[in-house]
Design a protein around this ligand. Structure first.
Ligand code: GTP
Length: 598
């Protein structure tokens, strides 16, 4: 295809504003898929994604569109992940195109991720086509939202298209706008190959499949390839495009988007953001953007059944093939035995990994409370990073501790400002700025420690604003803070997996709340069990679980076997997620107790 007839673009939107529905509509209107296939929601292939209604992995689909000018254009729609945890992947996917369709729900208006996505699009110099979706809804106010887009984003209101992705209204005009407004790719055909990897996945037969945008040169099948970032080399076993199934081609040419099968066994060798070139004629300068994925949230994963340790390791290794952001190292806990310290991009990422381990690999897991990564300056001048509270050195050896700080943006109706201020300041947030989007809505910016928002910040924000506020965050750096390690003792024994790093000012309140919570969560034993919170050797809170009075089975009247079996089974069920710590059984919920404080 003539480079002038290629259009590469993404669709960006706040969650639920209709990105998937609109993508499917475009595929259908260009004859790439049938109506029936559309209904099967093609772009969200993974079950988990469908259930959660979020797109985790970006994909690229090639369409052919014959425009009103009579010419046939090659459209490459590059799908972007929709959640803040995956911000880096969004940026890379956007960098693979020249344009972005900005979808805004006409009944909701601009949300936090709308803004975040627009900033990412502008950073990548993309042409933005603003689109109001869901104009069929009775609550839609397209004129108002178009004005909001003009005022807040500086995109002229008359350029805003109006569609209903669900009913297929306004899609023709959008297809024409893609041709007219988005520029063709401007790469150099006669330069050495430079292909941007904007996504990848592991295939058991073809190895790592990289999703690429050819910036300069061409990528023929059979070529020897080199990754400029990692130095890994591989053969292009297959190249092609998604139509939407993988369709092999002889080559990917300048400006095109498609895939290359590399035969590589590890996704880490072929990471998002890296540049592919030809080993025989390598490009010298990599494309901007290579950055190894950096985990932000850490937690211990332990098999409930100690014998399942190797199964857990094998499962993690398999998941890692497809998830460069997942990290894990073996860890030993005095309380829980052998497990892994895992690093995640965020809480959602953690949830997804945990669910996949349980569902796809049939593992029963205990997961400890999530922690962030601290930079600790020791008295001897050394700096260490600590991502497990149990590894925090004694206070006497520490000079200072720095913690990760996030810059958060909250968009909310003005009536909730007071309630949000209260929530944020209670979590050590510091006000940065407030900007009115319109008379009823503001964008609030704060700096806040990551440790304070990994826990239940998002849920609290949603419940305090009846779901109206939206949130986005980025790492703003590290800052020193007066932090202490809070230890929990069960039956006089410290349980390392329950340790927490907390701010000194909140240590007493949190210690008290935690032991109260644990008293309710840990079932009664045959003996009395004290639960204590301590900082160093100083106990700051204590509760007692009283001893069990009766055997459970005593409740069964004689001879009723079924009833007895049921009771025993129920007990077994309840035990599933229990771990013997010393002589006390501790349930999974206890390790996550910190999540339900406040
Ligand atoms: P994520 O994948 O979670 O980011 O969501 P998304 O932005 O891809 O939104 P999706 O396409 O899944 O649509 C969200 C909801 O809005 C679904 O229930 C759609 O059926 C609905 N929806 C999408 N477009 C329209 C529209 O034009 N009109 C109406 N009434 N509903 C729509």
């Amino acid at each position: 295809v003539d480079q002038q007839h290629i259009r590469n673009f993404s669709i960006i939107a706040h969650i639920d504003h209709g990105k998937t529905t609109l993508s499917d509509r475009l595929l259908e209107m260009t004859g790439t898929i049938s109506e029936r296939e559309r209904r099967e929601q093609l772009l969200d292939a993974m079950d988990l994604e469908r259930e959660r209604g979020i797109t985790i992995k970006s994909k690229a689909v090639r369409m052919h569109y014959t425009a009103r000018d009579g010419q046939t254009y090659q459209f490459n729609l590059i799908d972007t992940p929709g959640h803040v945890d995956f911000g880096f992947e969004v940026g890379r996917a956007l960098a693979a195109g020249e344009g972005a369709i900005l979808v805004v729900d006409a009944s909701q208006g601009i949300e936090a991720q709308t803004l975040a996505n627009v900033y990412l699009a502008l950073e990548n110099d993309l042409t933005i086509i603003p689109v109001l979706n869901k104009i069929d809804l009775p609550g839609a106010d397209p004129d108002h939202v178009a004005m909001e887009i003009e005022q807040v984003l500086g995109l002229p209101a008359e350029d805003v298209l109006r569609v209903s992705a669900k009913q297929g209204v306004g899609i023709d005009a959008l297809l024409e706008a893609i041709v007219e407004r988005i520029p063709p790719p401007h790469g150099q055909h006669d330069r050495p190959l430079r292909a941007l990897i904007f996504d990848s996945h592991y295939d058991p037969y073809k190895g790592v499949i990289a999703y690429v945008r050819i910036v300069d040169g061409a990528l023929p099948v059979g070529a020897r390839l080199r990754m400029l970032g990692t130095g890994a080399e591989a053969d292009a076993l297959e190249v092609g495009a998604f139509r939407p199934q993988m369709t092999p081609l002889d080559l990917l040419d300048t400006g095109e988007v498609g895939y290359v099968a590399t035969g590589l066994k590890q996704i880490g060798e072929c990471q998002v953001g890296d540049t592919i070139t030809l080993a025989s004629m390598p490009a010298e300068i990599a494309l901007p953007g290579y950055r190894p994925a950096k985990p932000m949230v850490f937690a211990g994963l332990y098999p409930v059944d100690t014998n399942a340790y190797t199964d857990l390791r094998d499962a993690l290794e398999k998941l890692k093939l497809n998830d460069a952001a997942l990290s894990f190292v073996p860890e030993k806990s005095a309380a829980l035995g052998f497990g892994f310290r895992c690093g995640f991009l965020g809480l959602l990422h953690m949830e997804i990994v945990r669910e996949r381990l349980e569902r796809e690999y049939g593992l029963d897991l205990l997961i400890t409370a999530p922690s962030v990564e601290y930079q600790v300056l020791l008295s001897n001048g050394d700096v260490i990073t600590v991502d497990n509270p149990a590894d925090m050195p004694d206070a006497g050896r520490i000079e200072s501790i720095e913690e990760p700080i996030m810059l958060i943006t909250i968009i909310t109706p003005t009536r909730y400002i007071g309630s949000i201020m209260e929530l944020v300041t209670g979590k050590r947030g510091v006000f940065e700025s407030m900007e009115h989007l319109d008379p009823q809505r503001v964008a609030l910016k704060y700096k806040i420690p990551l440790s304070e928002i990994v826990v239940d910040f998002y849920d609290q924000l949603k419940s305090r604003t009846q779901g109206y506020a939206s949130l986005d965050y980025t790492l703003a750096g590290y800052q020193p803070a007066d932090l202490v390690k809070l230890d929990i003792l069960v039956n006089g024994q410290p349980v390392d997996a329950l340790s927490l790093i907390v701010h000194r000012d909140f240590a007493y309140a949190q210690g008290r709340a935690l032991v109260e919570r644990l008293r309710k969560l840990i079932p009664r034993q045959m003996f009395e069990v004290p639960i204590q919170a301590a900082i160093g050797s100083k106990v700051i809170a204590r509760e007692t679980i009283r001893a069990m009075r009766k055997d459970v089975l005593a409740k069964c009247y004689g001879g009723d076997v079924t009833r007895k079996r049921k009771l025993l089974e129920k007990q077994k069920e309840g035990k599933k997620r229990m771990k013997m710590v010393g002589s006390v059984e501790i349930p999974q919920e206890a390790f996550m107790a910190v999540l339900s404080l406040n």
